[in-house]
Design a binder for this molecule. Structure first.
Ligand code: FES
Ligand code: FES
Length: 158
């Protein structure tokens, strides 16, 4: 059965036409709406490369039926702004990016973490990002990037 429904993605109403009702959100974002930041790897909730926010929660888009997200605001890396965010710049500055495949998932996870905790401990950062697998850089520089953003934001708020 094909369906038409509307998703609220990155502040815009995006109509999804002729979709199979069981398509997951990752597929719909990438293949139907052209939003390529969220990546598919494991497709079973193990790697975090497909992370997005749905209704303010961090989720694996590969595990969410797109049609079940019609009433929720969805945020992908594309929705964080046209210019690189402080989180994205910190990943570059600290060398937290190598091949970059995991990076969009980690960026949205770090963005989510810093919304919840303005002064995250290293343990909180490790726990919050533990659902995101990186095969290239190791995690030291990723953690450093998040810490750098937290410090810079606090200093900017003074
Ligand atoms: S592709 Fe969704 S968690 Fe790996
Ligand atoms: S930078 Fe390559 S998987 Fe993380």
């Amino acid at each position: 059965m094909s369906e038409i429904y509307t998703l609220h993605v990155n502040g815009q109403e995006r109509e999804v036409r002729d979709a199979w009702i069981g398509e997951n959100l990752l597929y719909v974002l990438r293949e139907r709406l052209g939003l390529m930041a969220a990546k598919g790897a494991c497709e079973q909730g193990e790697c975090g490369s497909c992370s997005v926010q749905v209704g303010g929660e961090l989720v694996c888009a590969c595990l969410v039926m797109a049609a079940a997200a019609v009433d929720e605001p969805i945020v992908t890396v594309e929705g964080l702004g046209d210019a690189p965010t402080d989180v994205q710049r910190a990943f570059v500055d600290t060398g937290a990016v190598q091949c970059g495949f995991c990076t969009p998932g980690l960026i949205i996870a770090a963005h989510h973490l810093l919304e919840q905790h303005s002064e995250p401990t290293e343990m909180q950062i490790r726990e919050e990002l533990s659902g995101n697998v990186c095969r290239c850089t190791g995690y030291g520089r990723i953690i450093e990037a998040v810490q750098q953003v937290a410090v810079t934001r606090r200093e900017g708020a003074r």
